[in-house]
Design a protein around this ligand. Sequence first.
Ligand SMILES: [Zn+2]
Length: 82
Amino acid sequence: MGDDLFESYLGVDKSVVAKQVGNQIYVRNGSQSMLSDLVHEGTHMLDYNNSFGINGASTWHGKNRHIFMNDNFNSDRRQSRI
Ligand SMILES: [Zn+2]
């Protein structure tokens, strides 16, 4: 998905490289870490499918979930997965 469409469709800014919504995963074409992005978002999808999510936004999706996933979210990455 191209950057303009990615941002307008998902309502995110340029810092976001990947997002999970319901049973769909979106990753930017320009992602430098496509595989790990997919794994990250796939984990959220599993959460969603296990009913941890409400309206497609995982309740595990806060800081604690990213720590649990051993993610370096907001640490040394210029771009973020959400
Ligand atoms: Zn996430």
